[in-house]
Write a protein that binds this ligand. Sequence first.
Ligand code: 76R
Length: 279
Amino acid sequence: MNRPHTPANLPAPTICMGEGWHCLHQYYKVDQAALMLLSDSQRAEGCEYVAQILNASGDDAPARQQTSVVSGHRADLGLMIMDPDPLRIDRVTQELRNSAIGSALKPTYSFVSITEISEYVPSVEQYANRLKREGTPEADPAFEAKLNAYKQRLPTMNKQRLYPDFPPFPVITFYPMNKARHPLANWYTEPFSARSELMAEHATSGIKFAGRVSQLITASTGFDDWEWGVTLWGRAPEHIKEIVYGMRFDRASAKYAEFGPFYLSYVSSPEDALDHLKI
Ligand code: 76R
């Protein structure tokens, strides 16, 4: 008899992430013509309801939500939402669409991704090898100190990669990116050792921005049109420009990175954002 192959040890099918979170970046423009058709009370009621949705916390609300006001013509309002359950994220966008001001909020861009621990995050053993390669011999007391510090830091860093807390920084930039698959610069035909070395160089240039820029890389291969979403939060706007410019000279970016559109926005409470947008 021809039976489907269903090994008994597979977990139950699910849309929720076993490890890590789903992530949605969603951008809206205010449609002035639609807004003019709403009464003052519809606008007030809609704003109150939307603010309540975007401020919600607790079991039914997404694990993380952030609202921002977007610069430039591509969008007015930015949302970043994360949760293990993609439908809890989607519900927020449906609630907004179905609200009294829903007709005035036109989605203009969205990006669907998930959190991950990159294959280039060094394990404790790989980190030890890197220290040796970079000139700290095992006998040096600094070796043990650095290795211990990394051992202690790694679980917290991995937790932040999978279940991030949003940093208390007011400026956000979001953009999607790929690693090139060009005949003369194909990331995917490079051996792991070469990619890993380039990513180590990349991380070293990023670490210089500690305290000024906080980064979250979410993976989107198979989920959206680009391979990763880059979310950068800045303590001040100039740090964002400085890091993105600086990284263009890292070999990993100079040779292999391709970028999509950039969305620069300013973190805001939902109430302040709706007020700012004059809804
Ligand atoms: O996560 C880590 O800290 C470990 C090292 C590290 C990895 C694996 C790291 C560090 N990144 C990693 C992965 Mn990154 N990053 C970008 C961009 O604009 C550009 O040129 C590129 C966009 C920025 C600005 C940035 C910042 N990084 C990645 C990946 C996935 C590659 C993969 O898995 O195949 C991408 C696409 C990417 C792109 N990176 C850092 C930073 C900063 C500031 C750091 C320092 C460490 C930190 O803050 O965590």
